[in-house]
Design a protein around this ligand. Structure first.
Ligand code: TXA
Ligand code: MG
Length: 342
């Protein structure tokens, strides 16, 4: 069994010992839990890829305690990086920069660029400071599965892993992965993955940025695949079609919907109140940030119900829902035989 520890002196001490010994440690951040390893240890990085089942061509984010540490990983520190770091670090924003030549290939999947993030979570900060070096970490889910927002989620994904340490920092405050921005091009900064820092906030700090359409984001290797996905077959469906489907289908279904667009009459029992029903629902709050915080836990809860199918109502088209929409589009993307999961 993977094992839980607190972000106290004993937990941090053990975590640092493990990181120094090229082992992997799972830890809370303000976005999702990460599966961390020493950025400068090829052996530890290999273990992250193996443990997660992550494709080798998908690079990792290096987590740092300070701007100075980030600069040590980057070949250049453009003005845009300085502006964004000042505005949003520590916090849920990842910057893609040209990498320095001493950074191991495994830390960037062989790319000439490196993604860096300075997390705000107090426990993550204490871990980074105690380790005194950058920690590369993907989200601590098994590859292609729903990202973990509690220590329990990590323990569930790695239940059969005998010796994984999980530093428990409680439920994640944001609950969606960081926003990823590419600053390496000569053109405009480019949004690779929407997240808690919105495109509008980035533009307020930087001026215009390039926000490619959600479906066309091939530049960030981890975003082109089906992932964030429950194991139950899952479908994204418009509200009107959802109502029709529920009228006509006999399948046992789990429904995820948004209070923002709920009909008045609501015949489906809530997942946490009715255990015997063939149909269960979770209704996420009308506020997009609140909904984002609870999204992955809701997907995991519905997945655990053993229903035939999950039906997810399309969230509102409004830009405030961009990050939630992105995750749901990817959770429900058709499996591509040519591409493995993230
Ligand atoms: O909030 C987060 O970012 C969490 C926590 C643990 O910090 N981490 C996370 O890592 O979500 P992961 O590995 O699940 O997603 C990292 C994303 C992937 O889409 C990956 O392809 C992209 O960042 N990425 C990493 N390095 C990159 C690079 N050099 N160029 C372009 N994209 C990169
Ligand atoms: Mg991930």
């Amino acid at each position: 069994m993977a094992r839980r520890a607190e972000f106290n002196d004993a937990g941090l001490h053990e975590a640092v010992q493990r990181l120094r010994a090229a082992d992997v440690v799972a830890f809370a951040t303000e976005t999702v839990y990460g599966l961390g390893a020493d950025t400068f240890s090829e052996a530890a990085l290999k273990r992250v890829y193996d443990l997660k089942g992550r494709p080798r061509d998908n690079p990792l984010i290096a987590h740092v305690a300070t701007v100075d540490q980030a600069r040590e990983l980057a070949d250049e520190w453009p003005d845009a990086a300085e502006s964004l770091a000042r505005a949003f670090w520590p916090g849920p924003l990842t910057l893609v920069l040209a990498r320095r030549s001493n950074v191991p290939n495994a830390a960037t999947a062989g790319r000439p660029t490196i993604a860096v993030r300075c997390p705000a979570h107090d426990g993550a900060q204490r871990l980074l400071r105690a380790f005194n070096g950058p920690i590369s970490a993907p989200s601590a889910n098994r590859s292609s599965h729903v990202s973990p927002t509690t220590a329990e989620h990590v323990l569930a994904d790695y239940a059969d892993e005998p010796d994984l340490l999980v530093l428990d920092g409680g439920p994640c405050g944001f609950g969606l992965e960081s926003t990823v921005v590419d600053l390496t091009g000569t053109a405009l900064p480019r949004l690779l993955r929407p997240g808690s820092v919105s495109a509008e906030q980035l533009e307020a700090a930087l001026g215009p940025i390039d926000t490619p359409h959600l479906d066309a984001q091939a530049a960030s290797p981890g975003t082109r695949r089906r992932h964030y996905a429950p194991r139950t077959p899952t479908e994204l469906i418009d509200r009107t079609d959802l109502a029709e489907r529920l009228r006509t289908s006999r399948a046992r279904v789990g429904v995820l919907r948004f209070a923002a667009s709920l009909p008045d009459a609501d015949p489906i029992p809530d997942a946490d109140t009715d255990d015997a029903s063939d149909r269960v629902a979770i209704t996420l709050p009308a506020d997009p940030d609140e909904a984002g915080r609870r999204l992955f836990d809701a997907l995991r809860q519905l997945d655990a119900r053993g229903v035939d199918r999950l039906l997810i109502e399309s969230p509102p088209a409004d830009p405030a829902w961009r990050a939630v929409r992105d995750r749901l589009l990817r959770a429900t993307a058709a499996d591509r035989p040519d591409i493995r999961g993230d």
